[in-house]
Design a protein around this ligand. Structure first.
Ligand code: HEM
Length: 208
């Protein structure tokens, strides 16, 4: 018997839902304006100057929102979900990947059922930790480097410091965009395609 059937677990506290909503909206704005700046031409959807102003403001707001996430995870139990045990890490990751590629189609039960102590499966945990503690800090720091070029290194190993910062910013932006697309797709794999999205509004996760 599946003792998780139709169980409702309160996994997403209000502060994380508010942080996440602001973060998602800002990321969408940053991606649209970022692409408009990168591929600027007179007929783009968002005008170059407008795109830059909106991108700068959204970037600063994202940085402030990130600080809220960082402090929230430091001082509340939500932070526990971001501590990745190193032992057996790859083994757990492979079991989860096998489930997503084979097991799920055979209607097997998830290998890491969601509990209040373990709300992320190993793949989710890895991607959330990498995104929130590596990619987002890198994009925020490189963004500030571009906003205040006088603070950026003049040159590094003979290459222009500003160009390197720009390259880092655009590359990390690409990976965050990729994360977001895959993230939204995986969020549809819930009890119903919409249930994980509802969880991020009411805080309750619905198990299979
Ligand atoms: C429109 C865009 C987005 C949608 C619809 C969306 C949707 C969701 C949903 C449904 C969840 C809850 C299910 C789960 O834990 O997997 C979630 C959690 C999460 N999302 Fe997103 N997301 C979006 C954008 C983003 C972006 C841009 C980031 C990071 C840069 C992000 C990072 C996270 C994190 C870290 C969690 C776990 C939060 C926690 O419980 O501690 N999301 N997202």
């Amino acid at each position: 018997m599946n003792n998780h059937s139709s169980e409702r677990l309160y996994l997403y506290p209000l502060w994380i839902r508010i942080w996440h909503m602001i973060n998602a909206v800002l990321c969408l704005i940053l991606i649209i304006t970022g692409l408009s700046i990168q591929f600027s031409n007179p007929s783009v959807v968002v005008k170059f100057k407008t795109a830059i102003s909106v991108h700068n403001i959204a970037g600063v707001l994202l940085a402030i929102n990130y600080i809220a996430f960082f402090i929230g995870n430091l001082f509340t139990t939500n932070g526990h979900h971001y501590i990745m045990p190193v032992r057996g890490f790859f083994k757990r990751l492979i079991i989860q990947i096998r489930y997503y590629t084979i097991g799920i189609f055979k209607k097997e039960n998830p290998p890491f059922p969601i509990t209040p102590d373990q709300k992320f499966n190993p793949l989710q945990q890895f991607t959330y930790v990498a995104t929130m503690y590596l990619l987002v800090p890198l994009i925020v720091l490189s963004g500030f480097g571009l906003l205040y070029p006088e603070m950026t290194l003049k040159s590094l190993l003979g290459a222009s410091g500003l160009e390197l910062t720009d390259f880092l910013h655009v590359t990390v932006g690409f990976f965050i965009t990729l994360f977001m697309c895959i993230h939204i797709y995986f969020c549809t794999i819930g009890k119903t395609p919409a249930s994980n999205f509802k969880s991020m509004i009411n805080g309750f996760h619905e198990s299979h």
